[in-house]
Structure formats: C-alpha cells, structure tokens
Design a protein around this ligand. Structure first.
Ligand code: ZN
Ligand code: ZN
Length: 421
C-alpha cells in the first residue's frame, strides 16, 4: 500500500513538530496583506533552499516556487496561499497579531491571519521538507508553490501573468488545501464542485434629475433601480434549473440625496455565486439583459454601465485525481477522512491548474477544537458559537490541525508519486 511510503515519510514529523508549531506561531504573529507577503515569502524561500529545492522568488509579486527533481515520475504541484486580511485580531491568543499595515488605498489597517493561510504555509513548508528528507519513498518532481493575494482573487493570475508556466514546466497534477471551521482532525475532499465562482458587479443606471414635485420632468433612477433589484430576483428563481445552484445578492444600492430631489443616477453593487461556467455566464448575461431592458422601460437617457470586479473562478475537483486522494485519505486517516461539504466561499487556486490544463484536487482541513465543536453542535449553536474564516475570532487549534495539514499533503503527494505498489 502506498500509505506505507506516506508513513515512512511522516516518521520525520515527530522531529519536525516543534519547528512546525514555532513557524506557525511566527507566521500568525506577523501577517501580511495581499500583495505585501514579502517577509513570509523570504522565510519560505529560505526553508525550501535549505531542504534542497531550486527556488525562484518574485513571481507575480512575492510568489515563490521551489522545485525538487527526484527521478522519473509525475510532476506534482502543491500550492499554499500566503496572505492575511485587514481584520483586527480578537482571539486573545498569546501569539495574536498586533500588526498594522497600509492597504492599497493608503489607509492604515490592522492585519490578521483570519483565513488560516498561515496554516497552509507552515504545513506546505514542512511537508516539502519531509518529502525532501525521504526521497527514497517517492519518485518524480515536486513543485511547492507559495501564492500571494488569494483574498483579492488575483494572486494566482498574477503568477501566471509573470510566466509561471516556464518556471514550473510541464506539471501533471495539482493539490491545495484550506483550513475550515470544521472539527480539527477531519480531512475531506469531494469530486466535482468544491468552491463557488464569485463575481462582483457595479451597475450604474442613469435617470434625469428634477424637483421631487415634478416627476413628469424626470426619469427617476430610484424607481428604475428598485425595478431592477426586484426583477433580478427572477434570474435564480425563474431561469436556473432546480438542480443547479446560484446566489445573486444585491449588497448595496445608492441613489439620491434628499426627499424632494429626484437624482440623476443610481449605483447597484451585487455579488454572484455559481458552481459552473455555464451557469455563471448565464447569470451574468441575464443581469445585463434585465438592467438594459429596465433602463429602456424607464426611458433612461443613457446606456447603463457594468463593471466586474473581485472575480474568483469555480473550484471543480477532477474525479479521477480526487478518487485517488480520497482513497489514500481513507486508508491513512480512517474515520477522520470525510466527504467535504460543498463550500459557498471562493478560491483563486484553480486559475493555475486551469491555465496549465491539468487536473487538480482540493481538500479541506478542520481547524476548530473538536470539544468546542461537539458542544456547539449538541446545543444547536454551531453557526452562533464557532468562529468561521474571516472572523476576528477565527483561531485554529495548533494540534491536531498542523499535523493533519502536513499529513494530508504528504499522503496525497505519495498517492501521486509513491514508489510502493
Ligand atoms: Zn479567505
Ligand atoms: Zn482563505
């Protein structure tokens, strides 16, 4: 069984554990915003070099790639994201962040690893080292990729635009993982959809301003925007099959300044979540169709404007790759290997395997104290009591979270590269 090779690689974890935990605490205490992950990248590059990897830095900003050749076999890419969030940490941990940084608009903001990317970095750096120390247990090429700016959705694209392809070469398969608000110890993947695609859109519609007492002289953008908001609800309810899934939320609507003034425009900001490209395109096209038609119905004097931003691709696990990973997880983790529930959040990892035209499997990792989770579950208060990713209270327990993160990376890597049969 290939888990034998995984077990042999992981015998090194006992000696590496203190360093893994110390590195995690260090990362947690020193978070960096998207596109600013230079210190994190430097620490990772040092570790990869010491472990014998050929290291390339500065890809798409602070992106780092370490490559380890070890004979014939597949070329496997393992990815971790490095960025933190503009969140003021409230966990009370003794290694909590007190860091502030300047964001892209020039504002000072507190920074926190509130999404657990510090877990991903510490686990991948350690797994890469253990695999390098046990080269007799596998054959092929390992590509350890540390990506900036996942939270803003353009870090993976940034690395690709900076010629990532020529750095990593002809990769065969890719893996990535995320720590989630599930009980620590659990590891889970699923074939097909894992994370939704996300698109934000800013829609500006134009009216004609006038005195509030003279509507005949106006094209009222408040009424126009209201019609649009209501009509947009019919996309999911009337245009998407019941077997498909989509979310369309109008999160912001701004128009007007005073009760007796009809303004001259309205700005609607909305967010769309979908799980496949066809549904995604359908929803985005339908929004434009409805907005344009409502503007015509209102006799709007000017074409509406559409601006897409904060866009994330869907994450859709390859079935064969995921079956291999699931079987290896079940073998190694037993009952702790579970099917990951479909996640409504989004990730930009898949931009990389999609651009490289290779299959991938993404899995989730529990990070919540299992006792606290069980108590919340018993009380029917999981949503209320368990802080989720991006919460200022999100605080993965160090163990078994970190061990599991390293083990999952090694077990899945050996499933692709292991030399046992
Ligand atoms: Zn996040
Ligand atoms: Zn994240």
């Amino acid at each position: 069984m290939s888990t034998t090779a995984a077990h042999r690689v992981l015998t090194g974890l006992d000696d590496a554990r203190d360093d893994l935990e110390a590195f995690y605490r260090d990362l947690h205490e020193h978070p960096e915003l998207s596109h600013q992950e230079t210190e994190t990248a430097a620490k990772v590059a040092d570790r990869l070099r010491s472990a014998g990897y050929d290291v390339t830095t500065g890809i798409g900003g602070p992106g780092v790639v370490g490559i380890l050749h070890n004979g014939d076999g597949p070329r496997l890419l393992l990815r971790a994201d490095m960025d933190a969030l503009p969140v003021k940490e409230a966990t009370g941990l003794d290694y909590a962040s007190t860091v502030t940084a300047t964001d892209e608009s020039g504002e000072a903001t507190p920074v926190m690893h509130a999404c657990g990317h510090d877990v991903h970095v510490a686990c991948l750096a350690t797994a890469a080292t253990l695999l390098a120390d046990a080269k007799d247990q596998w054959s092929g090429t390992l590509v350890a990729l540390f990506q900036p700016a996942e939270e803003v959705g353009d870090g993976a694209r940034g690395m690709l635009d900076d010629d990532l392809r020529s750095v990593v070469g002809a990769v065969d398969v890719a893996h990535a993982q995320h720590v989630l608000a599930l009980p620590a110890g659990i590891v889970g993947t699923r074939p097909g959809s894992v994370f939704s695609a996300a698109d934000s859109m800013r829609v500006t519609v134009h009216g004609r301003g006038a005195h509030g007492s003279m509507p005949q002289a106006a094209v009222d953008p408040v009424v126009l925007a209201s019609m649009i908001v209501i009509r947009l609800q019919t996309i999911v309810s009337r245009e998407i099959a019941p077997t498909e899934s989509a979310v369309l939320t109008v999160g912001s609507i701004r128009a007007g300044s005073k009760s007796n003034v009809i303004g001259d425009n309205a700005v609607i900001e909305l967010n769309v979540r979908t799980y496949d490209d066809a549904t995604r395109q359908h929803v985005l096209d339908a929004i434009k169709r409805i907005v344009t038609a409502e503007c015509m119905a209102s006799d709007s004097p000017k074409e509406p404007e559409f601006e897409l931003y904060d866009r994330f691709p869907p994450t859709i696990n390859d079935t064969d790759t995921t079956d291999k990973v699931s079987a290896a997880f079940a073998d190694f983790f037993g009952d702790d290997a579970q099917e990951l529930p479909l996640q409504s959040a989004s990730e930009d990892f898949s931009d990389i395997p999609t651009a490289l035209k290779i299959p991938y499997s993404y899995w989730g990792l529990g990070g919540i104290d299992p006792k606290a989770y069980a108590a919340a579950e018993k009380a029917g208060r999981v949503s209320a009591d368990i802080p989720v990713n991006h919460s200022p209270y999100f605080a993965p327990v160090i163990q078994p979270t970190l061990d599991r993160g390293v083990e999952a990376l090694v077990v899945a890597a050996i499933a692709q590269l292991g030399t046992d049969s």
